[in-house]
Design a protein around this ligand. Structure first.
Ligand code: FE2
Length: 182
């Protein structure tokens, strides 16, 4: 599958603008991290872009989240097992085992924390944030409490400190700040 085709699927299945932006943010972080680890950037990017494809359909049935995306992709004859397993791992339908699976699992909540941190910054601009600003928000337990800190900290299983992980993902999101509207 090419990125163009994946983007079409995102437009078809995801109507909420913030969820579309979230998909782009996770894609950007996955690509950046793939490059950092010398992994397959296209593959990691597609996994990020497609990971929440079924969210609007399954948000009242979280047990179906992820599973339904796999069905949709298989109907389109898209069968890349690494990408499909990454999608399952992000929503705990599979234990994260390899780097791709651990990456998407930890990135998913971090993008939300970074967006929330950006919105409370006086400039409301991603480019005004630095790692320490995000790290301080991370440590405030009540801030953006939906962004699961334990899940984000799984970056350590990739051999990344929390600081380094935030640095890579923040940079990835800053590079698409126009698309994210931040
Ligand atoms: Fe997500």
């Amino acid at each position: 599958m090419e990125r163009e085709e994946a983007l079409k699927l995102v437009s078809e299945y995801i109507k909420n603008e913030n969820l579309k932006k979230h998909s782009l943010a996770v894609e950007a972080c996955m690509r950046k991290l793939a490059r950092y680890f010398n992994e397959n950037e296209e593959k990691w990017g597609l996994c990020g872009l497609l990971h929440d494809l079924d969210y609007e359909e399954t948000n009242k049935n979280p047990e179906k989240h992820g599973i339904r995306t796999i069905e949709i992709l298989k109907e389109k004859n898209f069968n890349d097992p690494e990408i499909l397993n990454g999608i399952l791992a992000h929503c705990e339908k599979k234990q994260p085992e390899n780097n791709l699976e651990k990456a998407i699992y930890a990135i998913d909540p971090l993008t939300g924390l970074i967006v929330a941190a950006c919105l409370m910054h006086p400039d409301r601009k991603l480019k005004s944030l630095d790692v320490n600003f995000v790290l301080r928000r991370f440590k405030e337990k009540k801030f953006a409490s939906g962004a699961n800190r334990e899940q984000i900290k799984k970056c350590e299983e990739l051999g990344l400190s929390l600081e380094k992980f935030i640095e890579i993902c923040l940079l990835a999101m800053q590079e698409i700040d126009n698309q994210l509207g931040l």
